[in-house]
Design a protein around this ligand. Structure first.
Ligand code: 2HA
Ligand code: ZN
Length: 295
């Protein structure tokens, strides 16, 4: 073989070789986001979890998709009672059960996993991660139910994030847990809220987490809302990108913070319902008109 042929062959082999997964934008983004959320104080200890649907072609640049490390059963669901076959073949990057957001950045391979939903509800095929023998978050069935519900409404939905944002949680204890009233209060707290979540926020009463029941109830709410409050626990947010979903939770949390800072003080000023309508119309968002009290 001549020198040029060898050079060509080496080039082809290099192309075939996979890139380092730790440099993949989706892994780096997960590291940055979990670190941010930890620093914001929303995800203490092992609180919170994230699932992010990836593009198969993009993942194939980093991982051999034929190499299944092990199969992980779906936790918290009774066999035969949970059907995620609509997601078969889809690949997700998911935070691990019992893992701390605090630690993801320094060791993504132990704290995150990349899994593919197996055919016929046969669990999850691990393609990368959970290097210490770990598994997906115990909330994954709830996440998958939410993904299925959101994809029906928005085929571009990719992300589900569960978190415990401090002020949103605080507000659960002092504000009526009525979707209209809660949303209305949030909309009043920052001018742009009605533009960021024009559909409002859904609310579930306190329920036991990690079960089929709460997953189904959350998914049902997700047909109408991208953000669902789990009373006295936290929130589930969904969206097309990690940024968009984080931004949604961040905006709800900011509004809750303004509420918590002002709810014990005499209220002198407010954004009126007529003004909220004016903002929504100016930004051309399809808002929940029945959540305003317009004449
Ligand atoms: O992953 O936040 O609700 C820990 C939790 C469960
Ligand atoms: Zn939680």
């Amino acid at each position: 073989m001549g020198f040029m042929d060898e050079l060509k062959k080496a080039g082809k082999e290099l192309k075939r070789s996979l890139m380092d997964i730790k440099t993949a934008p989706f892994v780096e983004e997960m590291c940055r986001l979990t670190a941010n959320m930890y620093r914001l104080g929303w995800d203490e200890r092992n609180g919170g979890n994230i699932s992010y649907m990836l593009d198969e072609k993009e993942v194939a640049e980093y991982l051999d998709l034929n190499n299944v490390i092990r199969v992980i059963p779906l936790m918290g669901v009774e066999e035969g009672k949970f059907d995620c076959s609509a997601l078969a073949g889809k690949i997700f990057i998911v935070t691990g059960t019992g893992k701390y957001f605090k630690n993801v950045q320094e060791d993504p391979e132990a704290n995150l996993g990349i899994v593919r939903v197996a055919e016929n509800n046969k669990g999850l095929e691990l393609l990368w991660g959970y290097s210490d023998g770990g598994r997906t978050t115990s909330e994954l069935p709830a996440h998958l139910m939410c993904h299925m519900a959101r994809l029906k409404v928005d085929p571009q939905n990719r992300v589900v994030i569960h978190s415990h944002p401090t002020n949103t949680l605080a507000m659960n204890y002092v504000h009526e847990l009525d979707e209209k009233k809660f949303t209305h209060t949030l909309w009043e707290m920052c001018t742009e809220c009605i533009v960021v979540f024009p559909e409002g926020v859904g609310i579930l009463p306190w329920m036991l987490c990690g079960t089929n029941t709460i997953g189904e109830a959350t998914a049902e709410k997700m047909s109408d809302y991208r953000l669902v409050v789990w009373a006295m626990h936290g929130v589930y947010g969904s969206g097309r990108t990690l940024d968009e979903t984080f931004g949604l939770i961040e905006t709800v949390e900011k509004a809750s913070q303004i509420y918590m800072l002002t709810c014990n003080l005499p209220r002198i000023n407010t954004i009126t319902d007529a003004q909220l309508k004016e903002i929504a119309e100016f930004f051309k968002v399809d808002y929940r008109k029945d959540f305003l009290n317009l004449k």
